[in-house]
Write a protein that binds this ligand. Structure first.
Ligand code: SF4
Ligand code: SF4
Length: 414
């Protein structure tokens, strides 16, 4: 992993990255900035600071890993590579927090996360999460669960299938990456993803045997666990499809990095076929739906905007919806403080970062906040409840799906 430090070589300490860093903006502390952390990482690499140094651990641990510092860097510093190496080094010498250990163990084992998140989904179906959601730490956790329910639909359980010309054998095949949180708490987003892809000429196929992508483990420096999960997924997708569609930005960023993570040809082939669902739809058009006369605030997930460089495609989805008033609040490309396990592991700083985010969004008085990552959907939704507002948080494909439903692209299935 030591080669990752080389990505930091071009740093000239100019400081252009500081205004793009949410932890620096929240604290004003140079050690909480990309430039400050690069100095710490280089000291770790040289051995001037030991991996057991508490000051070093604290500041590297506080990094969101959002990569907001990379695109603004004129020297092309690969901050994320350096951070991965440093976190790997720290993890080899230190015990991680009990919260982190427990969460990583859960996400590594489908026999744990699937029943746990399924129970959470059942709990969400009661009124309890909405009742107990609020500003305190416990209330915020309830708010996160309440915010995962997506676009409000009719109470009756309805199932829609696209109708239109039958799919052609020449249409590109797409397998949906199901993931863990997305598959259990956000099946409504998976359903919307499948339908809007089919309306836009893709043949969606099911690929069994998938696992959690391993992103949370990779970000925490648990590289071997991330590799183990990645090998499972490479084996599952070995049958071959034209594309793997991902509707979670965090998963997509790591799946696109599987070649680097595993250093094998099959992993590189999988990575090359991965697309965020917005990329596929933007490339296909997408087809225009019916009007949705509402105002939405778009917030870009860091792992889509910065890590994958997918900036315009989600907006192309929203532009396909007539009468949708799309707002881009100031700092919409900055991290919301969710960042994988960050909001659970660093609740105080995560809430401080979220506070600034909500201050930029709320004056737009949106009917919904739109973002393409499960953690961001939950963090922003809980943030709006904590701020005394109950604004729905939705994935872009949910809005397109609703627009298609109103346009008559679907028939009801029984
Ligand atoms: S990371 Fe880039 S922008 Fe930040 S201080 Fe170094 S060279 Fe400047
Ligand atoms: S990854 Fe995000 S939080 Fe970490 S230094 Fe870069 S901008 Fe700041």
């Amino acid at each position: 992993m030591s080669e990752g430090y080389q990505g930091l070589d071009p740093c000239v300490h100019c400081g252009f990255c500081l205004p793009a860093c949410p932890t620096y903006l929240a604290t004003g502390d140079e050690n909480e900035s990309p430039r400050g952390r690069i100095v710490l990482m280089r000291a770790l690499e040289r051995g001037d600071l030991l991996p057991t140094d508490k000051h070093l651990q604290h500041h590297l641990d506080n990094c969101l890993g959002c990569l907001g510092c990379e695109p603004v860097c004129p020297s092309g510093v690969a901050y994320g590579q350096g951070l991965s190496s440093a976190r790997h080094t720290l993890r080899e010498s230190n015990e991680s927090s009990l919260t982190q250990q427990a969460l990583l163990a859960i996400f590594a084992a489908p026999q744990l996360w699937r029943p746990l998140f399924t129970l959470a989904r059942w709990l969400r179906a009661t009124t309890l999460p909405r009742l107990f959601a609020g500003p305190g730490r416990v209330g915020f956790a309830w708010g996160m669960l309440a915010a995962s329910s997506g676009l409000r639909r009719p109470r009756r359980r309805l199932s829609y299938q696209p109708h239109g010309p039958p799919s052609n054998q020449d249409d590109p095949t797409v397998a949906l990456f199901r993931g863990c949180v997305m598959d259990t708490l956000f099946p409504h987003v998976h359903g919307a993803t499948q339908r809007v892809l089919e309306v836009n000429g893709f043949r969606v196929v099911d690929v069994p045997g998938q696992q959690c992508c391993g992103a949370l483990h990779a970000h925490a420096g648990a590289t071997e666990e991330a590799r183990r999960l990645a090998r499972w997924n490479v084996a599952a997708f070995a049958t071959g499809v034209d594309y793997i569609a991902v509707d979670s930005a965090g998963c997509g960023a790591l799946l696109k990095d599987y070649g680097q993570l595993l250093q094998t040809a099959p992993a590189a082939a999988l990575a090359a076929s991965v697309r965020d669902v917005s990329e596929l739809l933007a490339e296909a058009g997408p087809r225009t739906g019916a009007a949705l006369p509402m105002r939405v605030a778009y917030d870009a997930p860091c792992h889509l905007h910065h890590a994958q460089g997918v900036v315009d495609a989600p907006l192309a989805i929203l532009r396909a919806i007539p009468e949708l008033d799309v707002r881009l609040p100031a700092g919409h490309e900055h991290c919301c403080g969710s960042a994988g396990l960050y909001s659970l592991d660093h609740p105080a700083l995560a809430r401080q970062i979220l506070h600034d985010k909500m201050a930029a969004i709320l004056p737009h008085e949106p009917d919904a906040i739109v973002t393409g990552n499960p953690g961001c959907l939950m963090q922003l939704g809980a943030g709006s409840i904590a701020a005394g507002r109950r604004i729905a948080t939705v994935h872009p494909v949910e809005l397109l799906d609703e627009s298609y439903r109103r346009a008559g692209w679907y028939r009801l299935s029984h």
